[in-house]
Design a protein around this ligand. Structure first.
Ligand SMILES: [Fe+2]
Length: 257
């Protein structure tokens, strides 16, 4: 047995779809209710679908009974305020698990590297069913910001940097790729994140919107990259020292975003 996956994601683990005309839609992300939920930086989350239809962000496996990141329950009071975001998350017709808007405060490159993590979307996911991946729809026009994806958290030799203007649409195997966002700016960044189950519906959606892995890396000066590597190493060392002092095992992989 093996999971059902998207062939288009097999090589690099991410795809960039056609850009969405975000300008036409109202800023629904400003109307919905946010929870303080710290994950990979200074963040809050506004769920549209959650484990039981409540405004909370916990992994579905932390509920009773525990389950994988599928069959999210839409939250009526949130979807009523964000019909366009809801429509977009549902458009592929793939099963939706968690669906929420992330609010991320400005995050420089070095801090982003420190935040790199893999998601845990497929915990408890039965073998032979669809592999859960994530859709990312950038909502704010973050022209100086970029998503960072790596195969190995501390190895910059494979690093994809995806530009995040308004309307940018990505699909990422976030359990495979280490990921976080560099957000340069003064205002928070907002992005709709949806857990989708891989299968023919998602494949058709990828094809319809011309999903491609062949995109240019967002250009960043080597000096900024080098300073970021140093900052990541410095923070990693500080975290390791902290856990060593407490006599606990370090926990790097954060799983909730
Ligand atoms: Fe994540």
């Amino acid at each position: 047995m093996a999971y059902i996956t998207s062939a288009a994601l097999a090589d690099k683990g991410f795809l960039v779809l056609d850009s969405y005309n975000q300008e036409l839609d109202p800023q629904e992300w400003l109307d919905i209710e946010y929870n303080d939920w710290k994950s990979s930086g200074d963040t809050r989350f506004a769920p549209l679908a959650s484990a039981k239809g409540e405004i909370e962000c916990n992994g579905f496996w932390n509920h009773v009974p525990p389950r994988t990141d599928k069959d999210g329950v839409w939250i009526d009071e949130q979807t009523a305020k964000a019909p366009n975001l809801t429509r977009r998350a549902q458009e592929p017709g793939a099963n939706v698990g968690r669906c929420r808007v992330i609010e991320l405060q400005p995050t420089p490159y070095g801090e982003c590297l420190y935040n790199l993590h893999q998601d845990d979307n497929n915990r408890l996911n039965p073998d032979g069913t669809g592999w859960v991946v994530r859709g990312f729809f950038n909502l704010t026009d973050d022209k100086d910001s970029y998503f960072v994806l790596r195969e190995n958290r501390t190895d910059p030799s494979v690093e994809y940097r995806i530009a995040l203007p308004a309307g940018a649409q990505l699909i990422v195997d976030t359990q495979r790729l280490w990921h976080a966002t560099t957000h340069n700016g003064t205002e928070p960044r907002y992005c709709l994140i949806t857990s989708w189950t891989s299968g023919p519906e998602l494949d058709a959606y990828i094809e319809k919107y011309h999903g491609t892995q062949d995109v240019e890396n967002y250009p960043v000066d080597q000096a900024i990259l080098d300073a970021g590597y140093e900052e990541q190493a410095r923070r990693d060392a500080a975290r390791a020292a902290y856990y060593a002092a407490k006599g606990q095992q370090e926990k790097i992989a954060m799983s909730e975003a």
